[in-house]
Design a protein. Sequence first.
Length: 391
Amino acid sequence: MRRLLPGVFGLVLLCCGMAVAQEKASIVLGLHADMSSGSALAGEAILRGAQLAIAEINEQGGLLGGRKLELVVRDHHGVPTRAMEQLPELASTPHLVAVLSGLHGPPVVQNLRYIHEHQLIVVSPWASTSGVVHHDWSPNYTFRVSVNDQQMAEYLIAQALARGHKRLGIVLEKTGWGRSNKKAFSEALARRQMTPACMQWINWADADGEEQLAAVERAGADALLLAANAPESAAIVRALMRRPADKRLPIYAHGGISGPDFVRQSGALLSQVDLHVVQTFSFIGNPGARAKAVAAKYHALFGTRSEEEIFGPAGTAQAYDAVWLLALAIQKAKSTERSRVRDALERLGPYEGLVRTYQSPFTPSRHEALSPADYKLATFNPRGVLVLTQP
C-alpha cells in the first residue's frame, strides 16, 4: 500500500491538473466573413470590433471564473458554398460557443439547416438580409445586431419622400441579398400605393453601371434607391459622375457600401454626389464616454490617430456590441453550452453598448437588437469619410 500511495497521489494530481486546465480553457468565438474579396475591409471592420470587445473582457478577468475569450477567423469570400464547407470545422472547434457572420447574408441564409441542426449560434453584426433572422427554424439560433432590409427599406423611402422625391428608381445587386431588398422596397412602396419607377439588377463584379443608370433615367426617376455592396455600388456611382452636376440623381443607399472598399473604388469625386447612406453609429463627434474610450483603445491597438481613420464604424461598433452581448449571455448561462447560451441571449437585461443602450437586446420573439430608431443618414465628406447628417 505504501508503495502505491505515491503513484495514486501522482495520478490524483494529474487529474486535478487536467480539470483545472479544462476549466481554464479559452472560450472560443468565430468570425465567418469575407476577409479577402470585394468586401474584405468590411470583414476587417467586424474583426476589429470583435477584437476590441475581447480585449476589454479579457482585461477584466475573462468569463466564468477567469476563462479568456479567443477568436478564430474563417474567410468564405462571401460565397455560400465555401461557407458550407467551413461550417463543420467551425462547429466542431473545441470550446466554440458562437459565430459572428460577415457583411453577406446568403452564407447564413443558405446554411440555416446546418446551423440549426448543429445548434450553432450565429450573430450578425452587419448582414441585413431578412432571412438571416426571420425563418421557420425553432428554436432560433440566429441573432442580429445590425439593420434589417425590411426596416431599412421603410426608412430610406421615408427619407427620400420627405426630401420631395416622388419617382424612385431601384438598383439591386443580383444575389439573395438583392432579392431580399427587392421584396422589402416593393412592399414598402406598395404600402404607400406606389411602384418603382424602374428596377434594375447589377451582377457581382460588374465594372460599369451605365446600363442600369441609363434605364433608371429613361424611366423618369427623380431619385435612386441603391442596395448593392462596394464594387457594384461603385460602378453605379462612377457612371453617375460622368453626368453633368445638375443631372446626377440623388442616391439613397443601403449601408452595405459604408467602407473604404467603396470609397477607393468610386474615385476622388465621391463627395460631389448627392449620396445618403444608412448608418447606425459614428465615432466622429460622438460625445459618449464609451465611444471615446473605445476610440482610444482602437487607436492604441491599430495605430490610428483620428476617428476619421476608423473605417466601417457601424460594423465595428455592432461587432463590439455583439461580442459583449454574447459574453453577458455566457455569464448568465453560467455555461458555454450553446443551447443554454442561446436561451440566455433571449433573457438579457439592460446593457449600455456603443450603438445604443439595450433594455432587452433580444426576446424569444425578437432576435433583432436594433430598430429604425437607431437608423441615421450619413454622407461622404471630401476625404471619403462618412459623416452623420442626422444626430
